[in-house]
Design a protein around this ligand. Structure first.
Ligand code: CA2
Length: 144
């Protein structure tokens, strides 16, 4: 448990590889998961990799996370920019949080410049595509 990381992917990330490769690359979410599994093994971490399009489901996962995980790595997708519920759940979990985004949200529309997660995250990685998940796992390993 002390080396277990919950990786949460939010809405539409199940569509990766299908559209908008200029922002999100050509890899599918399964490819990103595989990359994380290889990296986690090297780092001695256990991962649980999940995706949901539902805000409530993500909140429930976070509420239950402290029982089984030592840290949360999250790409909350568009909920990053809207969800006080996910913010509150993350805060309540008491776990260290690392925020990741495939695209550089600061090069994009103004509404993507706001994150309700960044203020409680240990750190934020964005703009490096799927490699950002690897950087985020490395950072998480350091934190743990
Ligand atoms: O850059 C990121 O990782 C984002 O979290 C991705 C979200 C976006 O809303 C955030 O602002 C930044 C979008 C998830 C992927 O959406 C897709 C939609 C259609 C096709 C492929 C992916």
């Amino acid at each position: 448990m002390s080396n277990s990381v919950l990786i949460i992917n939010g809405p539409n990330l199940n569509m990766l590889g299908n559209r908008e490769p200029e922002f999100y690359g050509n890899e599918t979410l399964a490819d990103v998961e595989e990359k994380c599994r290889i990296c986690a093994k090297e780092l001695g971490l256990k991962i649980e990799f999940r995706q949901s399009n539902g805000e409530g489901e993500i909140v429930e996962w976070i509420q239950q996370s402290s029982e089984n995980f030592a840290a949360i790595l999250i790409n909350a997708g568009a909920y990053t920019h809207t969800s006080i519920a996910i913010h509150d759940a993350l805060k309540g979990s008491g776990l260290p949080v690392v925020e990741v985004h495939l695209s550089n949200i600061f090069q994009r529309e103004d509404f993507r410049h706001i994150s309700y997660i960044s203020c409680l995250a240990e750190g934020v990685i964005c703009g490096f595509g799927s490699q950002g998940y690897v950087f985020a796992l490395q950072a998480t390993a350091q934190l743990l």
